[in-house]
Design a protein around this ligand. Structure first.
Ligand code: ZN
Length: 169
């Protein structure tokens, strides 16, 4: 989203935490992880077979989905968790810091809006695009318990009911 601008300054800041990522922007890793190309990796945490990637958007501002007005007025922040595909045998969760912006257009019905990260999020999605595609493919091939078992084996936290919903959608 070029109109929203990109924050490049904090990419080299060393982050706190048990596992240091070096604070690198993932733009260099975008070849391997294209869905993370528009976020800054702030920290990596690993506990057993689970990895949590704490990230935030690289965009300085967000565009209102209702009227397309670009805003940098932050109303609120919250964390959003997205299940990602497994990596090096570990279950991966992308823990995204989401900003809710105030729309600056007086004519817009949306008073505030949550930012979306290109290539990573869509409204209400619980999975990264790649994980969502895997869940959908497994659901179509193996709905029910068999699909849920395969998802778990592949590091995707998906219940049987979720699989069935995906197939019915
Ligand atoms: Zn708006």
């Amino acid at each position: 989203m070029p109109a929203a601008g990109v924050d490049r300054s904090p990419c080299n800041r060393p982050p706190p935490g048990p596992l240091r990522s070096g604070g690198r922007c993932l733009s260099d890793l975008g070849v391997l992880f294209p869905h993370l190309a528009n976020v800054v990796l702030e920290r990596v945490e690993r506990a057993g077979d689970r990895v949590r990637l704490l990230v935030r958007s690289r965009a300085v501002r967000g565009a209102c989905p209702g009227c397309a007005t670009v805003s940098g007025r932050v109303h609120d922040r919250y964390r959003r968790r997205l299940v990602d595909t497994a990596l090096v045998g570990a279950r991966v969760v992308v823990d995204l810091l989401v900003r809710r912006f105030r729309c600056s257009s007086a004519d817009c019905e949306a008073v505030t809006f949550a930012e979306q990260v290109d290539g990573l999020t869509s409204p209400h999605a619980r999975y990264t695009p790649l994980a969502g595609q895997a869940v959908e493919a497994i659901g179509l091939a193996l709905a029910g318990r068999a699909g849920a078992r395969l998802d778990a084996r592949l590091g995707l936290d998906v219940g049987r009911d979720t699989l069935l919903r995906g197939v019915r959608a």
